[in-house]
Design a protein around this ligand. Structure first.
Ligand SMILES: Cc1cc2nc3c(=O)[nH]c(=O)nc-3n(C[C@H](O)[C@H](O)[C@H](O)COP(=O)(O)OP(=O)(O)OC[C@H]3O[C@@H](n4cnc5c(N)ncnc54)[C@H](O)[C@@H]3O)c2cc1C
Ligand SMILES: *[C@@H]1O[C@H](CO)[C@@H](O)[C@H](O)[C@H]1NC(C)=O
Ligand SMILES: *[C@@H]1O[C@H](CO)[C@@H](O)[C@H](O)[C@H]1NC(C)=O
Length: 631
């Protein structure tokens, strides 16, 4: 029988076999591995979970609300709005229903090579990624029913109290921490047993599974101990206070990925008033030019053009990169830019002109003298791994790409007056880029083979771990432009990392690198002879190892992103020259049109952005219900 469980088993085995064999950037085996993940998607055609949702009759073409995009925000909206039985909802999603293989947490890195990723790259710029292949970064973004939560790392972080309070103080009433907190609990179905859980901060019974990872390396225990010895309390970072160390809390349940699809859509897929159309790429929001009222969406499915009409509203939840694109394609954006690419201007707004992201450094590696780190080869070849996963949702396949602990620190480079507001997150990985022999993770960061061969190849087979410092509140900002008026062409992304004039972002990252070294010197890790790898990063040999100049060179050479792009359709009052939507998520100067997803988040959050995106969806649904008088 082709049950999902059998499918998961077969596909995991096949995928790992092939992924393991990938040798280089574009090798034939690499393509084969991608083909296997994609082919697994065909299984969903045999046993589709959404069999009755693709109806295309004429009568079905008018809806009350049309939502574009099924990531955390769009899925939460589709769920909550369709609670109103009298409202008819259309959810449009460019990607397909994802195969069960995506629910294996262990595969999260490899999924970036599948069809569930839009496959974007950032533009080449000075100042970062100098050592990357072609100087360009991969900028994955999810393309599936479930959006980026189909391919993301499942890290669950709500953010700091101050994040939300600052959104409110920027002129966005209703978005303070006090206002938002109930939505964290409303969504949550917490099954946290191994990390601390602050009383009153977690809830059971919501749609969104939250659990810790049942399988850990010995290295993470040593790191968590070392961090405490260095002065960090063991905390619930989703509780009272963030600063401190903790094992990671994740969007998983029974050892499997929880996506916005499995959490918010699957349980309600039989609702009669919710129509879900996958493989449907929205190309334009239809807006009446004089009244500026949105009345529908144009979309392409299997190469054919369709139109759907919205009696009440169109809500764009296409994510931090695609929502600004769709707005611009529809005539809403910076006037000069739209004119340049030949799009008639409906409303001049600063869409895509500001973009924050969370950058990280992937070049900080430590060795230990005992095998306390993850051993991928052993996991993949041991039948027990498969059995544990399939029978109990346990074992090594439940780990989320090696991310095991998070430490929230405030470096001595911080200029923020609030002592409870972390400026960097230290992401502990229970292995190194060498752990998978440079097969998957090296490629995610576009690190050339020759750099890998210098820095990580000598570590293959030896126990090593990495710590990625992630910059929470960058002063550098990027922007997005359309490549052309062709809606099927990817936009141009200019991240602009490490470009702020005072060099504050670099200084903060250097301070974080030094703080990591201080933690590693604590007894908990020295017990294992933990030592920094001091092989010079190629291109930085001229600087003394561990000098500020050395780390600046390294930071500008090797970089990763956590793909938390925000503020591209920034929320703020009409007086705010950077604002695109108001505090009720309505696009300024238009009617019947909202944006609800990470793109409205006005400042980079002290979090990973999935949970903030769920909250924007939950809160957005209540705003809409209030505005239509049903709440
Ligand atoms: C590789 C990766 C790892 C990540 N890891 C984490 C993590 O561990 N923890 C965390 O909190 N966050 C993580 N994130 C970020 C997080 O997943 C996203 O911030 C979050 O999913 C954003 O939600 P969203 O609703 O704004 O948009 P998305 O999740 O991006 O969803 C947008 C949806 O809209 C669809 N869409 C776009 N354009 C169109 C169109 N024109 N027509 C129709 N549909 C369209 C897309 O296909 C997609 O399904 C990660 C992201 C990536 C890419
Ligand atoms: C900042 O902290 C690091 C340790 O984390 C230390 O090495 C460095 O000297 C400190 N710098 C200043 C200016 O205090
Ligand atoms: C690892 O290093 C520590 C500290 O130097 C030492 O005490 C310990 O004996 C070493 N263990 C092994 C197995 O070499």
């Amino acid at each position: 029988m082709l049950t999902p469980k059998v499918a998961v088993a077969v596909c995991t085995l096949l995928t790992l076999t092939y992924v393991d064999a990938i040798t280089d950037e574009q090798g034939p085996l690499g393509r084969l591995s991608t083909a296997v993940i994609n082919a697994a998607g065909l299984l969903t055609r045999l046993v589709p979970r959404y069999p009755n949702q693709q109806g295309y009759t004429k009568e079905e073409n008018e809806f009350d609300f049309i939502i574009v995009g099924s990531g955390p925000s769009g899925a939460a909206l589709a769920n909550r709005l369709s609670e109103e039985k009298d409202w008819k909802i259309l959810l449009l999603e460019a990607g397909d229903e994802a195969s069960p293989i995506t629910e294996v947490p262990f595969l999260c890195g490899a999924l970036e090579f599948s069809k569930y990723n839009w496959g974007y790259k950032a533009e080449k710029m000075d100042g970062f990624c100098k050592g990357c292949i072609d100087g360009r970064m991969e900028w994955p973004h999810g393309k599936a029913l479930g959006g980026s939560t189909i391919i993301n790392y499942m890290i669950y972080v709500r953010g700091n109290r101050l994040d939300y309070d600052r959104w409110e103080s920027m002129g966005n009433p209703g978005w303070s921490y006090k206002d938002i907190f109930p939505y964290f609990l409303k969504s949550e179905d917490a099954h946290i047993t191994q990390t601390v859980k602050d009383a009153g901060y977690h809830e059971k019974g919501g749609y969104l599974g939250v659990s810790d990872v049942p399988f850990r390396s010995g290295a993470v225990d040593a790191f968590v101990q070392a961090a405490q010895e260095a002065g960090y309390p063991f905390v619930d970072y989703n509780g009272k206070s963030q600063i401190g160390v903790s094992y990671v809390q994740t969007n998983t349940k029974d050892g499997r990925r929880v996506s916005s699809e499995s959490a918010f859509l699957r349980p309600i897929r039989h609702r009669k008033n919710l129509v879900i159309r996958t493989g449907s790429h929205a190309t334009k929001v239809l807006i009446e030019p004089r009244s500026k009222k949105a009345y529908g969406v144009e979309y392409v499915r299997n190469g054919k053009k369709y139109k759907a009409l919205a009696r009440k509203e169109v809500i764009i939840s296409a994510g931090g990169l695609n929502s600004p694109q769709l707005l611009m394609l529809s005539g809403i954006g910076p006037k000069r830019h739209l004119q340049k690419v030949g799009i008639p201007v409906i409303k001049d707004l600063p869409v895509g002109e500001k973009m924050y992201d969370h950058a990280t450094f992937v070049g900080l590696t430590f060795t230990v003298n005992q095998s306390i780190v993850h051993k991928i080869q052993d996991y993949v070849t041991s039948p027990e791994s498969y059995a544990a996963f399939l029978k109990r949702g346990a074992g090594p396949f439940t780990q989320i790409g090696g991310v095991e602990a998070l430490t929230y620190i405030k470096t001595n480079a911080s200029d923020d007056p609030d002592p409870t507001f972390p400026d960097v997150e230290l992401i502990f990985i229970g292995g190194a880029l060498s752990t998978d022999a440079g097969v998957v993770y090296r490629r995610l960061f576009n690190i050339p083979r020759r750099t890998y061969d210098v820095l990580w190849k000598p570590l293959e087979g030896k126990p090593a771990f990495q710590v990625y410092p992630m910059l929470f509140h960058p002063k550098s900002t990027g922007y997005i432009k359309l490549r052309s008026r062709n809606p099927l062409e990817p936009p141009k992304f200019y991240p602009n990392y490490f470009s702020d004039l005072e060099n504050h972002d670099i200084k903060t990252m250097i301070a974080a690198i030094r703080e990591v070294q201080r933690i590693v010197k604590s007894p908990g890790l020295q017990k294992f002879g933990a030592q920094i790898v001091d092989t010079p990063i190629p291109g930085c040999e001229q600087h003394a190892f561990n000098s500020d100049e050395y780390w600046e060179c390294g930071l500008r050479s090797l970089i990763g992103s956590l793909y938390h792009q925000v503020a591209t359709c920034k929320m703020g009052p009409a007086e705010d020259k950077e604002a695109v939507v108001d505090a009720r998520l309505r696009v300024h100067g238009t009617k019947g049109l909202r944006v609800a997803d990470t793109s409205v988040i006005p400042l980079p959050v002290t979090a990973h952005t999935a949970e903030p995106a769920y909250v924007v969806g939950e809160k957005g649904a209540d705003l809409i219900k209030q505005d239509w008088g049903v709440l």
